[in-house]
Design a protein around this ligand. Structure first.
Ligand code: SAH
Ligand code: SF4
Ligand code: F3S
Length: 476
């Protein structure tokens, strides 16, 4: 009998990349085979995102492209993830070539759904769960560089930010058993991985007391010392090996504790980088967004991060043109950016999402051209800050983990420092997965460029600095 081949494409956030690895594990355990090419596949799966309208448009476009495969090879097409959850069987009516629709908590049912689709039935499962964390499934790492990997530590979100579709597509928040996180980490380490990123929509809300789902009941009991919060989890993972780097995403300003910051400061292998989405610099807009903090609170969190982690990098997400956002609100966003000077930012135009609080309660009333103009102003300011930040890293020595070849040159390695800055440098005798000291000598707008140096030759570093001063004055 022919082994059936499946192909999977991931859209949206890192959680989806991680979920696709879980899906691959579930399917390979049932005897299906992963293929890197859509043309060879019997089953094509799209793991989708619904966060903004353009994310969904991209999927619709991709589905049209796949019509060809469908006609020629009679391929089964499955839509997974957030768009599947949002649209449910409506997706089957709208997109006739779709055979399978599976929401984020229905992946264990996929083998069965595939069988149903093969029998010519329309196969849909969009049931959300309060418990599912796929804790026992060892993900099959797709497109892996063999050095860095994602580990989901929780699923869903209970926050109900008024603009956001995630609580509807991913369901209630639940934390994964920490011991399964530890054992997955150890497995990765044994396979040669050197860096993991712990994933959740709100990692600071991680909580385990033996039953991740009953957080609120237990949180009120301050004396529950056996419980594991995010600071504890970070510590447990960091102590596995000093050779393993730990990153995490996403932190939430209202929940990020000083304990987490102290833990990051205490362990050299926890990366000094925090992604802390601000969304807006106006407290009025933040209130309407139901974010649970004010601009002042956010600034206080930034001060505290800088107090505990003075050498850390901070990035953010910004939404512009949210309902009733005034010019004054927009100026406040620019002003807070000027105060914080983020290393990096993801910047978006507000996109109204069906069923969200904002859609029901407020008017999406900022005209498109004003949204665009505000976005451009935000992007321009951020580019200025990013350039300043990256230039300030020149002539410094960075501890870089080599992730693979540089995209632009076969003779260069690409890696990141603890602060998540990308650095490229000549390969010399170094290997992928190695930690190297790299002296940054110059930069582009997004990437540091440098030379690896021998650890114990301090004078060599000075020679390099002198040398590069002669050739290329930095901060030009
Ligand atoms: N859980 C994370 C965010 C996940 S979504 C957090 O709370 O910070 C990633 C980003 O997409 C958000 O931070 C927000 O900036 C953006 N986003 C979410 N919904 C959006 C919408 N309706 N329109 C535009 N951007 C949106
Ligand atoms: Fe969406 Fe807010 Fe949850 Fe982030 S915290 S996923 S923005 S509801
Ligand atoms: Fe998109 Fe779902 Fe992630 S909506 S951003 S794929 S949680």
């Amino acid at each position: 009998m022919n082994t059936k081949k499946f192909y999977i494409e991931s859209y949206g956030c890192q959680m989806n990349v991680s979920d696709s690895e879980i899906v691959s594990a579930i399917l390979t355990n049932k005897g299906l085979q992963y293929t890197h090419s859509a043309e060879n596949a019997d089953i094509i799966l799209l793991n989708t995102c619904a966060i903004r309208d353009n994310a969904e448009q991209k999927i619709r476009y991709r589905l049209k492209e796949l019509k060809k495969n469908k006609k020629e090879n009679n391929t089964l097409i499955g839509v997974l993830g957030c768009m599947a959850e949002r649209l449910k069987d409506q997706l089957l009516e709208e997109e006739h070539l779709v055979d399978i629709v599976a929401g984020p908590d229905a992946y264990r049912a996929l083998p069965h759904l595939i069988e149903e689709a093969e029998d010519g039935k329309k196969a849909v499962n969009v049931i959300l769960s309060k418990e599912e964390t796929y804790a026992d499934i060892a993900p099959v790492r797709l497109n892996s560089n063999g050095v860095t990997a994602f580990i989901s530590i929780m699923r869903g979100c209970d926050n109900m930010c008024s603009f956001c579709v995630v609580p509807f597509t991913r369901g209630r928040e639940r934390s994964r058993n920490p011991y399964s996180i530890i054992s997955e980490t150890k497995n990765l380490l044994n396979k040669g991985y050197k860096e993991i990123t712990l994933l959740g929509q709100n990692v600071d809300s991680y909580f385990w007391n033996g039953d991740g789902a009953k957080k609120d009941l237990i949180k009120s009991k301050a004396d529950n010392s056996a419980a594991i919060n995010f600071a504890r989890l970070l510590q447990m993972v960091a102590e596995i090996s000093p050779e393993l780097r730990i990153r995490f995403s996403t932190s939430h300003p209202k929940d990020m504790t000083d304990d987490v910051l102290k833990t990051i400061a205490r362990y050299p292998n926890i990366c000094k980088y925090i992604h802390l989405p601000i969304q807006s610099g106006s407290s009025t807009v933040l209130e309407r967004m139901n974010r649970g903090y004010t601009a002042e609170w956010y600034l206080e969190r930034i001060d505290t991060i800088r107090h505990y982690i003075p050498d850390g990098a901070i990035s953010t997400d910004i939404i512009t043109g949210f309902c009733a956002e005034t010019e004054e609100d927009h100026q406040q966003t620019l002003a807070i950016m000027e105060k914080v000077k983020f290393d990096f930012a993801y910047m978006f135009i507000y996109s109204e999402r069906p069923k969200t609080l904002a859609e029901r309660k407020y008017k999406d009333d900022v005209p498109e051209e004003i949204k665009k103009r505000r976005l451009n102003e935000i992007i321009e300011l951020q580019q200025k800050h990013s350039a300043e930040k990256i230039k300030s890293q020149i002539e410094k020595i960075h501890n870089v983990l080599i992730e693979g070849k540089s995209r632009k040159s076969n003779d260069m390695w690409m890696g990141r420092n603890s602060q998540n800055a990308v650095i490229v440098f000549p390969k010399k005798m170094h290997q992928k997965g190695e930690y190297v000291k790299v002296l940054a000598t110059h930069c582009t707008s997004t990437t540091l460029i440098g030379e690896s140096i021998v650890d114990n030759a301090d004078f060599a570093k000075k020679e390099f600095i002198k040398e590069h001063h002669k050739i290329k004055p930095s901060n030009q």
